[in-house]
Design a protein around this ligand. Structure first.
Ligand code: FAD
Length: 456
């Protein structure tokens, strides 16, 4: 029996998924298939094309469209929001000192009773977030295309001209004057030929992924001591440690040593208790393996808690994330790299797109050492992200926004949170519209000009 026949037979008889997944990975050792060349239809020309509709991509598309640019937003999932929605994140960090689109999104959520405030942090209802993002994009005239993945790029002479997608409609090409890569993993930039970095310098190890879930059937009064944001005002310390101890009392030990419950509203909670180590967001087989393992783990944790009875007796999962939370992917090389030194010194820049107020936050890359948050030597002071970190170095006509901008491992662990992703997206979108309108590449835009349009 050859390997392919074995896979089909094994699938039919329900053999262990782990074996199937690792066997499928070995397909790459087979002789490559040479795909014949073909004509791909160019289905549209826009002023600005944004790849990826997460927090950064939505902000970029809104900013570009509101400045008069015809704007196409291409998203692989069936909803906008990325980790915010498909990832069930439910928690916005580092938005306190930011204005503009992030404040607008939070205000829209608030109007619909979908926000929980805990000091500077903002909890939100994921389903309402999906709707708010749809409505904002439609109102701004953003041309949204869901269920479509950027699979290739055409950048003759180092100038990006086409993004090529795969979807139910087949392979299609999209032309634009300026592109924004907000895919989180830098997919468009990588396909266009940009250099990038991945993981910790020296080891290449990246932060773990997490399957987040929404849970119900527990009451805030009953479980307050285990819930971030509910515990502290009552003088309870270490709610994560208490939750972990409770899981252990139920006979299970979470792969994330600081499992976290967040209270969103009316009996709706978000739980982050899973870590998937040593897997890459740019490898579909590893993403699949991590998703299946993570989903199984969070079900096991919740089922175990339920057996304790008492405050946990009716606890149920209502949803696991459609997309596993990927903390880091490619960090695309830009005209400037944000570094750990910038964090330590509290760097200021004349072309600052936002000021980051978030600490170094590295989830352990090595479960043998630690399963929680790693102690790093760098302590971050508030620091600036310069516009240059959003301008791709190796390809013209391409801006970066969100977690794939140009930075090192430590800096990324801090600036990646969504308050900053939105601010970067807004700046990239405004710059892209200006570049398209004035027929200049993003690298030639003087920052004061971009800043002027940002304040409009
Ligand atoms: C488990 C976890 C917990 C976190 N906790 C917090 C928290 O509490 N608060 C906080 O503010 N931040 C948190 N973060 C960080 C934050 O969620 C991300 O850094 C942030 O979402 C980055 O925004 P983004 O738009 O750059 O990327 P993403 O949110 O990853 O969005 C990227 C989007 O691009 C799409 N995409 C990817 N590839 C393609 C392609 N080839 N073609 C088309 N579309 C594509 C994806 O489907 C996705 O919608 C957490 C992250 C994780 C993973």
């Amino acid at each position: 029996m050859n390997r392919r026949m074995f896979l089909h037979t094994a699938a039919a008889i329900g053999a262990a998924p782990r074996l199937l997944l690792s066997a499928a990975n070995e397909d790459t050792v087979m002789k490559p298939y040479h795909e014949p060349a073909r004509d791909v239809p160019v289905v549209e020309r826009a002023d600005v094309l944004v790849a990826g509709g997460g927090p950064a991509g939505v902000a970029a598309a809104l900013a570009a469209a509101r400045r008069g640019a015809t704007t196409r937003l291409i998203e692989a999932n069936g909803c906008l929001g990325g980790t915010w929605t498909a990832g069930l994140l439910s928690w916005i960090l580092d938005s306190g000192n930011k204005k503009g689109i992030i404040k607008e999104i939070i205000a829209e959520l608030e109007k619909r009773g979908a926000v929980a405030r805990y000091g500077g942090d903002v909890g939100y209802d994921v389903e309402t977030m999906k709707l708010v993002l749809d409505e904002l994009c439609l109102a701004a005239g953003v041309r949204v295309q869901l269920h479509t993945r950027v699979a290739a790029a055409h950048a003759p002479d180092g100038r990006l001209g086409l993004a090529i997608t795969e979807s139910k409609s087949g392979r299609q090409a999209w032309a634009a004057d300026v592109f924004v890569d907000a895919t989180g993993d830098g997919d468009l930039a990588a396909r266009a030929g940009c250099g990038s970095d991945y993981g910790r310098e020296g080891t290449g190890q990246a932060q773990p992924m997490s399957v987040i879930c929404l849970v119900t059937g527990i009451a805030p009064e009953g479980v307050a001591e285990f819930v971030r944001g509910l515990a502290e005002p009552k003088g309870e310390r270490n709610p994560k440690g208490r939750l972990k101890a409770e899981m252990e009392r139920a006979g299970v030990s979470p792969s994330y040593a600081q499992p976290t419950l967040f209270y969103i509203r009316d009996g709706l909670f978000c739980m982050m208790a899973n870590h998937e180590y040593g897997v890459a967001g740019t490898n579909a087989a590893q993403l699949t393996e991590a998703t299946l393992r993570g989903r199984a783990e969070v079900h096991k944790l919740v089922n175990a808690l339920r057996t304790l009875g008492g405050v946990w007796k009716d606890m149920r999962i209502v949803a696991t994330a459609e997309h596993i939370g990927v903390r880091e992917g490619r960090r695309v090389r830009g005209l400037y790299q944000v570094t750990a030194d910038d964090l330590a010194s509290g760097a200021r820049h004349d072309d600052a797109v936002c000021r980051v107020n978030f600490p170094v936050d590295v989830h352990s890359t090595d479960p043998k050492q630690d399963k929680g948050i790693t102690r790093e030597r760098v302590r971050a002071k508030p620091y600036d992200i310069p516009y240059r970190a959003l301008v791709a170095k190796d390809v013209t006509g391409l801006l970066l926004a969100g977690r794939c901008i140009s930075g090192d491992f430590i800096a990324h662990s801090s600036y990646r949170v969504t308050g900053n992703a939105v601010a970067m997206g807004a700046a990239a979108g405004a710059a892209a519209a200006l570049a398209a309108k004035s027929n200049r590449p993003p690298c030639e835009l003087p920052w004061p000009e971009v800043q002027k349009t940002l304040s409009l």
